[in-house]
Structure formats: structure tokens, C-alpha cells
Design a protein around this ligand. Structure first.
Ligand SMILES: *Cc1c(COP(=O)(O)O)cnc(C)c1O
Length: 367
């Protein structure tokens, strides 16, 4: 028996006719780019998250880049961001020529430290780019008060946070802009690449629409420099089908997380904020002998993964920034101890029980 970290085949089986119809109807219409399926998804996703506007783009990484470009952030500007994320978050800052200013995370939540953010603000700080890691909220309300107070832009990397809330407000809607990824393994995943930006700001909305479409408002007339990064209509149609199931899937993920919580009482897990409704994108545990536990689970056919094994400041591509081991001790400790257990809506109770038994068996053997 193999238990994948995410099993998309089971999901497809459960919605096959809806998906097949949606793809077929786009093919029949032959509107593959900037067509009605995209417009429809943008409206429905905006409505779902409670944002005025949504702009669909090719992927979450481009979405991050476009938010910074739309804000006019570039050379000489500083953007504060946590070292514990997928490196793509920081790549966006590098891509626009700005300087990433790294901060540590809280040891208990694994999320960006508000105190660290405060200590890194300078006259060059133009934006704070926090991440809602694992689909759980960071203290975005507190960060928003800081950015409001200092007149700094706030952009949320909500790439893992579809259907996650803090105090009843959808993540991604606290800041000037919020970024989502629809990479297949995300809670709302396309059948290929996909991403989106949400905003309540009409000017930014228009800028983002230009950025994704060669800077064109009218075909072959380029108002601004731009890119080719649109969410394809076939992907948009798939996402619209899946959006209607997202609440049910997230609620199943929360039930699975509860089963894990109940069985793994002796295991350290990241603390989730009061007032949070997380989408349970990842179910993360900590272990003193993480690598051995990972090997044990893999041997038993359980596909556990590490999110993430090396902090951004220690990545080879950022060697030139001059960071060293010990600069961000919480994030570094976390990266050596975390393990993500399989979680998805169709994961069976018996499978969860098997996974928990193997985690417990390993712990007994290793004491
Ligand atoms: C997935 C992800 C991204 C990148 O999204 P892509 O669509 O894969 O480009 C960025 N940030 C975080 C935190 C992610 O999990």
C-alpha cells in the first residue's frame, strides 16, 4: 500500500463528469485565452474570498511579481519577508530588483514574527510580504496595523490559503493585494499552472490586467511594458468546478487534521492562532529525529514530505546576501524538525489510523 502526500486521482474520480463537461465546453467554444470562462472564474473567486477584484494569471510566482511591479517597487526598495516559505516568495522581490529583508518566524506558530518585522522597518521599506504558511494564518491583523501606521504596502502570499480565514475574513484580503497559486497540489488546484491576485483597489486592478497581457488594453497598442501571463480558460473552467467543492473539501481536511490531533497527542505541532479557520493545506508535525522518521514512513509506503528543508536565507542562490547558519534560529530549527503527513479530502480514516500507528511505532522504537 502506498499513501501519497496528495492523491489527485481520487479527487478527479469524485467530480469526473463535471470536470470533463467544463473542459469540453471551453474546447467547443474555442475561447482559450481571456475568454468567458476566465471572466466567470474571476467573478466567482472574488465573490468567494470577499474581494472586489480578481486577476487570473499563469501561476502564483508571476502573481507575486506583478503585485510588486504594480506597486512600483524596484531598485533601492526593501521588502520584508519571512525565511520560512517556498523560495518563490523571495524570488518575486529579487525579480523586481528590490532588496529582500529577511525576518525570522515564531517558534510555536512557524509564521512570520511581528516583532521581527517591526525591528526591520527602515525609510526604504516599501512593502511587507508575509506568508500564510501551511494555509494557516500569520498574525496578519497585527501586520496590517503596522503597515497602516507606517504607510507601507501589505501584500499577502496566500498561495496555500484558499478557504482559510482569520476572524471571519478570508486570508489574502487583509492587504493591498493577496496572491493565490492554483498549482495542482494546492487546495484549489488547476490541471496545470494557475495563479491569481485579489485586490479592492481599482487602479491596481487595471495595472495587474495590463501586466498579465503585454501591457495592452487594446490589441497591439501597448500602454505599458507587460508580460504574457494569463490564467488559461481551460484552467479557469476547471477551477470554477472545483471552487464549488472547496468548502466541503476543506472541511474534510479539518476533520482529518482532528483525527491526527487526537491520535498524535505527544507530538509537537505548529500552534494555530485563535480565531483562525485554516484550510489544512499541510498537516505538519515536528520530530527530534525527523530524517529517521521520514525514512521509516517512506519504507511503510507513507509519502511524508518536508516543507521546507532549507530556509531561504541559506539557499545557494542567495549566497551573495551573506547570511549564515544561526541568523534565523527559529526557522532553522523548524526546517530541521518538520514533516508533512499526507492530507487531502479523500484520505480514508483507516489510512489516517495506519499513518498514526506508524508514527507512534517509530517513536516507541526510538526511545
Ligand atoms: C505554491 C506557492 C507559490 C508559487 O506558486 P506557483 O503557482 O507554483 O508559482 C508561492 N508561494 C507559496 C507559499 C507557495 O506555496
Amino acid at each position: 500500500m502506498v499513501i501519497e502526500n496528495v492523491n489527485l486521482k481520487r479527487q478527479y474520480k469524485s467530480i469526473k463528469s463535471e470536470i470533463d463537461d467544463a473542459i469540453y465546453s471551453v474546447v467547443q467554444s474555442q475561447h482559450f485565452s481571456l475568454g468567458p470562462a476566465l471572466a466567470d472564474f474571476e467573478i466567482q473567486f472574488a465573490d468567494y474570498i470577499g474581494s472586489k477584484y480578481v486577476v487570473g494569471v499563469d501561476n502564483g510566482s508571476d502573481a507575486l511579481i506583478f503585485t510588486l511591479l504594480a506597486l512600483g517597487i524596484g531598485k533601492g526598495d526593501e521588502v520584508i519577508t519571512p525565511v520560512n516559505s517556498f523560495t518563490s516568495t523571495t524570488f518575486a522581490i529579487t525579480e523586481v530588483g528590490a532588496t529582500p529583508v529577511f525576518v525570522d518566524v515564531n517558534r510555536d506558530t512557524h509564521q512570520i514574527s511581528v516583532e521581527a518585522v517591526k525591528s526591520k522597518i527602515t525609510s526604504n521599506t516599501k512593502c511587507i510580504l508575509p506568508v500564510h504558511l501551511y494555509g494557516s494564518p500569520c498574525e496578519i491583523d497585527k501586520i496590517k496595523s503596522i503597515t497602516d501606521q507606517h504607510g507601507i504596502a501589505l501584500v499577502e502570499d496566500a498561495a496555500q490559503a484558499h478557504g482559510s480565514y482569520l476572524h471571519g475574513k478570508h486570508l489574502g484580503t487583509y492587504g493591498k493585494m493577496g496572491v493565490f497559486s492554483f498549482y495542482p497540489g494546492k487546495n484549489l488546484g488547476a490541471y496545470g499552472n494557475g495563479g491569481a491576485i485579489c485586490t479592492d483597489d481599482e487602479k491596481l486592478y487595471h495595472k495587474l490586467r495590463l501586466l498579465r497581457n503585454f501591457g495592452q488594453e487594446e490589441r497591439y497598442f501597448h500602454k505599458e511594458f507587460g508580460y504574457n501571463s494569463k490564467l488559461d480558460d481551460i484552467q479557469a473552467a476547471v477551477l470554477t468546478v472545483k471552487l464549488h467543492h472547496l468548502n466541503e473539501w476543506n472541511s474534510k481536511r479539518r476533520s482529518i487534521a482532528k483525527l491526527y490531533d487526537a491520535a498524535l497527542t505527544n507530538i509537537v505541532k505548529p500552534r494555530i492562532l485563535d480565531g483562525a479557520l485554516p484550510n489544512r493545506h499541510l498537516y505538519v508535525i515536528e520530530s527530534d529525529s525527523r530524517n529517521k522518521l521520514l525514512a521509516h514512513l517512506n519504507k511503510k509506503g507513507i509519502q511524508a514530505l518536508i516543507h521546507y528543508p532549507l530556509n531561504i536565507h541559506l539557499q545557494e542562490c542567495y549566497k551573495h546576501l551573506g547570511h549564515k547558519v544561526g541568523d534565523f534560529p527559529n526557522a532553522e530549527d523548524i526546517s530541521n524538525r518538520v514533516l508533512s503527513l499526507p492530507i487531502y479530502a479523500e484520505l480514508k480514516k483507516t489510512e489516517v489510523a495506519f499513518i498514526c500507528a506508524e508514527v507512534e511505532a517509530f517513536n516507541h522504537e526510538s526511545v
